[in-house]
Structure formats: C-alpha cells, structure tokens
Ligand binder design. Sequence first.
Ligand code: ZN
Length: 296
Amino acid sequence: MEKRFESFTIFDFQEQFPDDKSCMDYLSNIKWADGYVCPKCGNTKFCKGDKEHIRQCTKCNYLESPTSSTLFHKVKFPLLKAFYIVYYVSTNKKGISSTELSRKLGLRQKTCWLFKQKVMHGMKSSGNNKIQGKAEVDESLVGGQEEGVVGRKKGKKKLVVFAIEKKGRGVSRFYGKVIEKSSAIELGDFMKANIAPDAMVKTDEWTGYKPLKKDFINLIQIPSGKKGENFSELHRVIMGFKGWLRGMHHHANHLQAYINEYTYRFNRNFMKANIFDNLLNRMMNAKPCPYKMIIC
Ligand SMILES: [Zn+2]
C-alpha cells in the first residue's frame, strides 16, 4: 500500500499567506536570512527605505527590495497571486495549465503563462543530487504529432536523453535533457551532470555510450530487447512524462522547461510537506529571468 506523506494543504497556505504583506515578509526573511550585505558596496548596515520592506544601505544609499535579483523581480501583479501560482505549480500532482491559473486567479492567461515559465526556471535541477546506485539511460523522441516515427529518426520531434535511479522495485529519481544528437559529447555532458561516476549505469548498445565507459567505470551496454523490455522501468517513467506533456499544450521551444517541471515534482514525491518552501527558496536564489529571455 502506498504510504501517505503529509502535504502542505491549501488551508495551511491560506493561513500562512493571507495577504501581500505576509508574502513580502516571507521573501524578506529568505533574502536576508544570513544578514544584510549591500550588493553595491558590501556594507552590512542598513536603514528602512522609502517603502516597507525596502532596505537602504547606510553608506551608498542603495535601495534594495526583497524581490530584486530574484525570479520575483518586477512582477507586475499582486505578490499573493504570484505565491498562489508557485503553490499550485509545486503541489498539484500534475501541475497546472496557465488557462486554469487564469481562471482561478483572475489574471490574464498570458500573464500566468509568463510567470509560470519563471517558476519552471526555478525548478531546474541543481545538479546536487546525482543518481547513485542503479541507473538506466536512454534517449527518446518527444513532442510533435508524428506518432509511430521509430528509431533515431527525428522528424519534428525533439530528442531527449533520460535517466532514472532505481531503488527497490521503484524509481527514485528522474532527469532529462533536450539534445541535438545522440553523440558521446552530448550524452556524456548530461550523464556527468546527473549521474555519480561510480553508479551502475545501464545503456543500450548505441555507439555513443561506448566512450563514456572511461567516465563511468560501472557502465554496461546491453541490447534494448524486444520493445525495450530491458529498460522497462525507464520506459514506463518516460511514457508517464509523455502522457502528462500531451495535456499541457506546450511549445516545442520550451520543452526543457517542461522536463524540469515534471522531474522536479517527480523527484520530490517523498518530500511533499516542504516542496512549496523549497521552490520559493530556489526562486529567491535564482538569477532574474526577464520576460524577453523566456520569449526568445
Ligand atoms: Zn552600499
């Protein structure tokens, strides 16, 4: 039977964040958790700025808001609504579309879409939790309308390399990266970023994996088997991702962001209670991501 994990309910959320001020207090606590340091001159003394929550450096008079240099930078709608978006994206098992966010929060769909892209930016893997123990790696074509295209022929689809960590009879971690081609360089970059060098890595017999045996001492290559039966857990997880993606009306150019979103939640399935808090912290520590950068 599935073990149930305590989660951060909508009631917990509403109690903790009744208004914009409580959200700003919270961000302020994250921003200056280790004390105040002026980003311009390094001074550690401040006085209150012209508005609440703004800190002013006593030496160079630089004004700083809790949201500056974070993914909340220059958000043009109430912070409480931005918190609701982070809440829904992080805690809904399957995420939430921008159309639904728009209906729930009374914001324009485009506004929700753009801010959600920023949230997804915060969900990018930190690279701090590499796959250990048993790993499986394989590539798959994702997106587009061309079902039935087999092998490594790409068509309009994008090529993605995926990896899982197996634990017991289940899968404990899942990562993916959009790549141009299945070259040893691209496969290797992804694997080195996400898999520990001594993990027991299993791949199919594709030549692109062969040179990687020098980086992964326990890498073995085996035939994929009929319908990929030797990689059944990995393929099951990839199918789950593809099924979810079909319901998201995603744009191919943003595929990596959707992979980040899906794997972020997947990898935190056992830490539901602090997933919201974790994502807020990541958004506060990530570099701002201007809307221009998202659209390009
Ligand atoms: Zn200063």
